[in-house]
Each structure stands twice: as structure tokens, then as C-alpha cells.
Design a protein around this ligand. Sequence first.
Ligand code: BGC
Length: 780
Amino acid sequence: MLKRNSLVKWAIAATIILVTLQAPKTQTKTPQLGKASVKDVIRAMTREEKVTLVVGMGFTADIPGLPEPSEEDKKVPQKVPGAAGRTHAIPRLGIPSLTLSDGPAGVRIDPVRKNDPSKTYYATGFPIATLLASSWDTEVANRVGIAMGREVRDFGIDILLAPALNIQRNPLGGRNFEYYSEDPLIAGKMAAAFVKGVQTNGVGTSIKHFAVNSQEFNRMQSNSVIGERALREIYLKGFEIAVKESQPWTVMSSYNLVNGTYTSQSTDLLTTLLRDEWGFKGLVMSDWFGGNDAATQLRAGNDLLMPGVVAQTAAILKALNDGSLTDEQLNKNVERVLNVILESPAFKSNNYSNQPDLTASARVTRETAAEGMVLLKNDNNVLPLAASKVALFGNASYDLIAGGTGSGDVNKKYIVSLDQGLTASGFTIDDEFKQTYMQFITDQKAKRPPTAPFMMPAPIAEMPVAMERLQQLAGTSALAVLTLGRNTGEFVDRKVEDDFMLTLAETTLLESVSEAFHAKGKKVIVVLNVGGPIETTSWRDKVDAVLVSWLPGQEGGHAITDVLTGKVNPSGKLATTFPVFYTDVPSAKTFPGREIPGATPLIVNPFAGKPAEALYDEGIFVGYRYYETFGVKTAYPFGYGLSYTNFSYGDLKLSSRKFQDKVIVSVAVTNSGKTPGKEVVQLYVSAPGKKWKNPESELRAFAKTRLLKPGESQVMRFTLTGRDLASFDVKSSSWIAESGSYVIKVGASTGKIELEKDLLVEKSRKLLAPTSELKELESR
Ligand code: BGC
């Protein structure tokens, strides 16, 4: 027995020796990612391998004129069809490929796969970012982030290309719907909460588009000419908050130039500020086909070029050969890519189900959508509604616009329309009238020219309804609900006529519905199914209530009904101003910029547009900062929104009247009405404004109460730090709070804090200064 045992042992040992001897040397010596150190893995890479790692792949949309994908791209089957891109795998070093997918309102992938038509891969269409921001509740953004991140994980994706947090500089910005707010504090806080939510699932995010990318016009070669103060206080601040508070795995640089330099080629932006000053640890990727000099992008700290084209690989190798790009720099870029890969589900070989819990996500969608809807008008408490017979008007009532188009679109399984939402909650809708609408919508859609990939379909005009029919419906229904819808999407900015303004068909419909229903003493409620502000003052007096539902995601019809019926008491507030006239907008004259005649194109491709320039000459006076300071009346101001109850505010309590390093402000908020509700509490600070021309006041903190019962109170606490008092001083490139009195306002309650001496809060460095003189707006 003993003998046999030792024989077996001997045989095993001999086999091990033999196998080891026979194994190719490379297999034992080649460092493997995760087993060897990242530095060792990089040392083992050839230059060509390194370059494959920083030049991505995987953009499969067949758009004539775009650079050809590489041979490998065509050969290697996509792991997740419809994802926006991926990185190259290097199997010999144990480096897997990362899959990257859009976007801010949900995972954008193909719902049906050619190789497997028996299954579907629908993702959830969540509410747009503008709606999430209007909740003024970071928990709402966090909840959506958690749910969306679960779908990212369940579909085997590594990085979600979201959130997008550019400033809604002008209501016509084509991608405003993907962005949060005109205010950087809201944008930054919402983005941070969203990032944390997504990343709890072990997947990454890409905060985008860094930075000053607030328009679509000529977006790949438009130069945003902007002053340093506006840059820091308005356009970079949200990113700064998101980076510092949530450490996103990646940042996506933007398409545009800032003061003459492509953001993806700006060392100032991507290295000096983002990494050295803010402490960003992840990788920076370019926006798709963005920038025009691959080697400069890598040198600036833009580590990954997406989606990667053959010419970039060649350009990088050439730059390495001629010494204009060093191996040391490339190693840095590669290291950052590898560090993200090490965290990724792809590297961890996580199993994924391809079957996310769509029911759970639908619940999140419905609940969060209701949290961000904003009630603009509610005369004589016409809302909330009891179930009744409703006459339902407007194409969008039957064909709800759940989200925007372009990369922020989502292939969702269904959209709950408003008629379905109302019916499910016990309302009666005239079926014959509904059928007339459905037929009209189908016919009009069939007549539309085909839409190019990613582009927004042409809107269809409102269905005209004869006065007799209206009178008949007014006789048989308890009230009218009219939905006005706006498509919005990537690639194009909105326009004033027939978009910011109502179309003639909409005005006619609204006026005749109002006339017919009011003649019979019946109320008219308008739902704005829009991605951003529209004109309201010319028509709002003709209706009794106005609810902004935004683009509420796939459960929209239910969520709107929840608010109309009071199942959810509206608590959303505008995070973007509704101006009276478009001409009142501070950037109305300079948005979206002008083409530069005769300029040599910087990029040539079908989406590149022409060389152009946008002068951000309103400076820091964006949105409410302008309207309040310059006394310009708005239709509905920033921070506005009604509730079915009322709230009262107690006196402000300050931890100290003298500011040292912080002040704690507290205030009791009481539900003084008759219905349970939540209140958004907004804290504004007015700076002394001696040294700098400051806005009348600026939002420095916000929070939402819990659901308060009638009579119930909650004490809200906010901490103000030096940064909350400071302005960016261009001369010294630092954040300074000047001495003097600071007035704090929360609701109607105010308080004052004193700062004895000027306080240097943070020293920065001069960067991205305008290269030519920019005459900026100054306060009166
Ligand atoms: C958009 C990005 C998007 C990318 C990938 C670009 O056109 O600007 O926001 O993530 O495409 O789809």
C-alpha cells in the first residue's frame, strides 16, 4: 500500500515537471493583469499593444462619411450589440475588453440581436435628467442611478456613458433634456448622487461632456469663448462637485473648444485642473470622434480615444517614433485605462443575466418621475382630480414623449401614455375620440420622411378638432386635459418658432378647447410634455392648471396621473427658468454662436459642422443669476413650483453670526396645509458685492423634507463653508470670500453673517484664459 502511494506521488511529480517543461516559456513569464502589477504588465506590452489600449473600437452604426472602423472592429463580434463602444482586449496579458454604453436616461442597446432573434434586450426608459433635477432631491437621482446601474451590470456592460451635466445656458440647447439645470450646484449634486448610485453596482460612469458644451450648433468645431470667472463658477463647478464627491470611474471630454483649445487636447483642463487640483483618479475618454490630434489628446491626459479610428493609431505611432509623444506619457494613459479595467465586471468575469428586473425599474421610474414634475398653475385648486370622464386632447396625450432622441434615447419595451394612465386609475376617456386621435397619429407618422439614425423624427402637427365636436365633448366630460408635446434630441438645437413658441395648430386647439369647456363651466388642464422651457405667458390665462411632466420615462402616463389625482402631491420645482420671451434670455443674442467665414475646417465628418465661435458674454449671469440681478420678469422663476399643501418657515438659526470656517444654518419647515407633502428648501446667499459684481443671490444649498403630514415640522440643517461665500478672483486665480455682510435667505426667512477680513479659500492656477478680449456683462 505504502509502495503504491509513493509510486502515485512520483508519477504526479513527474507529470508536473514534464508539463512545466513543455509549456511555452511565454505562458509562464507573461505578466497577467491582476496577478502581476500594472507596471509589470505595461512593461510587457509592445508599443502597438499600448496603442490598441488607448484607441477604442466598437462604433457600429453605419453612417456614410464617418471614418472606417478597424479590421479587428469588423471581425470581433460585439459582446453587447448596440453599445456605443468598447476597448480592445489583449488576451495574452489577461486584458479583457470593456463595453461602454449610453446614456443618461437608461441603457441604450439594441433590443433585438441578429444572432438571437428569439430574445429581447429592452432596457428601462427612465425620466430625463431635467426631471430628476426638478425633484431637488439627490435621493431621487441616487435611486435612478442604482436602478440604471443594475441594468448596466445585468447586460454585461462596464461603463455607463452618463450622467451629462452641462449647464442649461439657453433654453434652446438641443441636449438640455440630458442635462440637469441652469445652476451648477444642482447639476453637481445630482450628478454626484447619480454616479454613486450607478457605481454601487460595481460598474462605472462617465460624467460628460467636460466642459462648456451647452449647444449642438457646429458642436465639433465650435469654440466657446468664455471668461475665467464664468468658467470656474458656472461651467466647471458642477464637474468639480461630481468629481470630488463621487469619484466617477471616467470623465468624457467634450466636442467643443474652450478659448481656442479642444477640451480633449487641453492639459490645463484634463491634467492641471481635473487631476492635480480636483484629485480625479480615473480615466478621461474623448467624446465620439472628438478632437483632431490624437497625440495631443494623450499628452493632455485624454487617455482613451473613442470610438477609435485607424488614423489615430497611425498618428500615435508616428508621434512615438518622432519623439513628440513619449513612451512615459503613453504609459501613464495606459495605466489609467488598466486601472479602470481592473475594477470592471469584464475583468472580474462577473456573470450577467441579460435579464434585468424590469418590473423593479418600472416602479422606480414611475415613482421618481412623479417627484420631478412641476405644478405651475392651479387656479381654485382644480387639481387634484377625482376620477371622472375626461376629454383628452393633444397628440402627446395618446403618444407620450417619454424621452429625447440621439445617444440619450433608450430602446424601451413600452411607453404608458396619458390615456392609459388615466384609464388605469379609473378615469373614463371617450373611446371614439381616442380612436380618431390614434388614427390621425398613425396616418401622420406614415407620411413623415424616414428619419436618419439617431436623429429626431419630424414633429406632427396637432390634430384640428371642430368646434361642434369640442362642444359635444364639453357637454359629456367633466373637464379637459390637453397635452402639449415637444420632441427634443441630440445634434440640433431647438428653435424659437414652433418650438419655444406654440405652433399655430397648438394655439388654435388650446383656445378652442378653452372656449368650449369654459362656456360650460368646465375646467381645462394643460400638461407640458417637454424637455425644456416653452413660452407660457400668452396662453396660460386661458387654462386653469398647468403641470410640467417633462419627458417622464416609460411609465410617464401613470406618473402624470399620480400627480393629477394627488396620489403624489407635487413637490418638484423648476431647476431652469421659464422666461417670458426668448429675447429675455441673457444669451439670446449670442446663442448658439456664429460660423467663422473662410476658416479652415478642424475636422471633416458628417457631424462636424463648420468652424464657429460662441461668445459667452453674459459671463456668470446665467439663468436666475441674470433675471434676478437685472430685474427681468420671468414667466416662472427658478425654484418655482406649487404643491397641494402649504408650508411655513420658522426663523433662521445660525450657529454663529461671525463666519470663521463654517456656519450651520437651520430652519424649521412646517406643513401648514391640509394634505401631506414634501417641500424643497432652498438656501440662497447674497454676497457683499463690493469687490466683484455678484448676482443678486446664488443657490448655495438645498434639500427636500420628508413627506410631512399636516401640522408636522422638520428642521433642515445646512452647512456653509468658505467656498459657499467665495467668488473666483481672476487676478489671483483663487477663490476668495470678501469681507462684509452675507445675507442668507431660505423661503421668506433671512439671516446675516459677517466676515471680518477677506478670506482666501483656495488658491488655484491660471488656466484656459480667453485669448482675445471678451466684453462680459456686468451687474448694474
Ligand atoms: C455623444 C455622447 C455619447 C457618445 C456615444 C456622442 O455623440 O455626444 O454623449 O456618449 O456619442 O454614443
